[in-house]
Structure formats: C-alpha cells, structure tokens
Design a protein around this ligand. Structure first.
Ligand SMILES: [Mg+2]
Length: 224
C-alpha cells in the first residue's frame, strides 16, 4: 500500500529552467549597467565563480548557494561583496520567484493524493531557505507533509543518505513510497537503490504523470 508520494522540486513541480534563465538575464543586465562591464565579461566571470564554489564544496546543498556565487563573482570583477552581494542575490531570487508556478498536473494530483490520504513530501537538492521560499510562492505549502533538502542531509541525490532521511522522517517502509522526479540518475536510480518506487517526470508529457502515479498506487494496493 502506498502511503506517501515524494516529489523532487526543481523541474518537477515547476519549470526551473525557464525561471532560472529569465532571472539570469535580469541579473546580467543589472550587473552590466551597475559595474559598466560587458555581457561577455559578466558571463565568463559568473560561470567561473560558480565553478569555483562548486569545486570548493562538492556535492552538498551549499554548492548551490547563490550568495556564494555572488560573492565570488564580485571578488573576480574586483567589487566589494560586502556592499553588493546581497543586492545581486535579491535581484536573482526576486526575479526567479516572481515567475514560478506549478506545472498543470501538480494541483490535481495533490488533490487526489489528499483524497486518498496519501502523504506528500519533497526531497530536493539545494539550500533549505530558498526551497521553502519556492514552496510558499508556488502556493503548495499546505499540501506538503515533509521536506528534506540536501542542506539538511549533508549529501545530494542520488546519495542514499537523502532517501534514508525521508524514509525515517515519514516513518514508513521504502516500498510504501513513490518518488517522482525529472532526473533519472538522481531521482529514479536514487529512489530505487533505497527500495522506493520511482516514476520519471517529463515536462513535455505533463498529462501522463497523474495516470502513471494513480496506476502505481492501485497496483501496489492490490498486492496486499
Ligand atoms: Mg529536478
């Protein structure tokens, strides 16, 4: 019997790629104007900053922290991070959060899971603070029973530690859960290695996910 469905957040509940690209353009235009630099210099310096932060930290939640990207970027272009880092961070996230909205399948599926008294959880790579802000902006906070971020777990998907933590927090057996996510390697292989059923989400086929999820719930309930 399925008792919980765990969702990835970025590119599974909303279009991360679209919102991120839009926010990066707004940040780029802001920096080009503010620091009188070229688009190319902005892009090279920002990408370099991101690479350095990721390399320094490895696969942990903080490696996605935009505040660290802004700080390193400002260090590279020779501007004071103490003056500008927070401003750039807010430029990016405000632009990003303004545009995010749930994919079409999300609210109908959440309603159905609620009716079936199946718990809804989120298992996501990134820092807790910003993922909580996204959940609020998406208007789904009331539906979510449990959240685990990679910042909390100290590891990123597909590390088993992430999955073990959500299993423990939900007090369920792995086979009582379904994981839905857009990354085959992180979400599906990670879930299956922990004994959780996996369903790959593809935003180009948004309409099939409800059917797939309800079918799996039905198959699992008939097994008992
Ligand atoms: Mg994702």
């Amino acid at each position: 019997m399925i008792k919980a469905v765990i969702f990835d957040l970025d590119d599974t509940l909303y279009d991360y790629e679209y919102s991120h690209e839009r926010a990066m353009l707004i940040l780029r235009d802001y920096c080009v104007k503010k620091f009188s630099i070229s688009v190319e210099y902005f892009e090279n310096s920002f990408n370099k900053a991101k690479d350095i932060v990721k390399e320094q930290l490895g696969n942990v939640g903080a490696s996605h922290n935009r505040m660290l990207y802004m700080q390193k970027f400002l260090e590279i272009i020779g501007e004071k991070s103490s003056v500008y880092a927070l401003e750039l961070y807010n430029q990016y996230w405000n632009a990003m959060l303004e545009t995010i909205e749930t994919f079409d399948y999300v609210m109908p599926l959440f309603q159905k899971l609620n009716n079936l008294e199946i718990k809804i959880a989120i298992l996501t790579d990134l820092t807790a603070h910003i993922q909580y802000r996204k959940i609020k902006h998406l208007g789904i906070a009331e539906y979510i029973d449990m959240i685990v971020t990679s910042e909390e777990a100290g590891r990123e998907k597909p590390d088993k530690k992430m999955f073990d933590l959500i299993i423990k927090k939900l007090s369920l057996k792995p086979h009582q859960m379904i994981m839905i996510g857009d990354s085959y390697r992180k979400d599906i292989l990670g879930a299956e290695a922990a004994g959780i059923h996996g369903i790959l989400y593809d935003k180009k086929e948004d309409n099939v996910i409800i059917k797939q999820c309800l079918e799996m719930i039905k198959i699992e309930s008939e097994k008992e």
